[in-house]
Design a protein around this ligand. Structure first.
Ligand SMILES: [Zn+2]
Length: 198
């Protein structure tokens, strides 16, 4: 059996505190048997084994990044064709544009099942989150996107779960300190098992 591995891909300018908060999120997946490490986005060698790492490196490095839906399709395909083993999660302090209902808006993150994701701390900084609350928001956002990578989906139904698609992520998810619900645990365990078999 192979391994399931996450590699955090940090923007060069990301502060040590933000890096640690993201790392804590990756570490929390050790309970699922997921391995994890980190790299800077300019370490091309470290991106080589990451699924669609060159694209991820560019997104993380951009002053304002756009993740389009066509990237997802293309990325999914290439992820399988190249059979790269490591899932990349980009973390940047710069704004991230994401598609939302046919429009583009600033987003906290994007996660693509079986491929990888990106998290931006920009909205948290803009909303002046600080200290422990900022740490927890970043950790939660990274956990959500890793959840997506391992096939957990957003909840439209309101159950106490970190994957609940809230109107206000900080108030409804971060402050109550929500974790994965039982259903998400099952989905993620299956997603990790699938990744280990590839
Ligand atoms: Zn859930």
């Amino acid at each position: 059996m192979g391994e399931a591995k996450i590699r955090l891909v940090y923007n060069y300018s990301l502060g040590p505190r933000e890096r640690k908060a993201a790392y804590d999120a990756a570490r929390s997946f050790a309970d699922f048997g997921v391995k994890y490490d980190f790299t800077d986005a300019n370490n091309l060698k470290a991106l080589e084994q990451v699924k669609f790492g060159d694209k991820l490196g560019k997104v993380v490095s951009a002053k304002e990044a756009l993740v389009e839906s066509k990237d997802f399709t293309q990325t999914s395909l290439l992820g399988h064709i190249f059979a790269k083993k490591i899932f990349g999660i980009g973390v940047t302090q710069n704004p991230l544009w994401v598609p939302a209902g046919g429009e583009l808006e600033y987003g906290v993150g994007v996660g693509i099942p079986g491929v990888g994701g990106v998290v931006s701390t920009y909205l948290f900084s803009r909303d002046e989150l600080k200290g422990d609350l900022l740490d927890r928001a970043i950790t939660a956002a990274v956990r959500v996107e890793i959840g997506h990578v391992f096939d957990a989906t957003d909840h439209s139904v309101k159950v106490p779960c970190i994957m609940y698609s809230s109107k206000n992520f900080v108030e409804e998810v971060v402050k109550p300190g929500l974790d994965f619900c039982r259903d998400c645990h099952i989905l993620i365990s299956a997603g990790v098992a699938k990744a280990m078999q590839q």
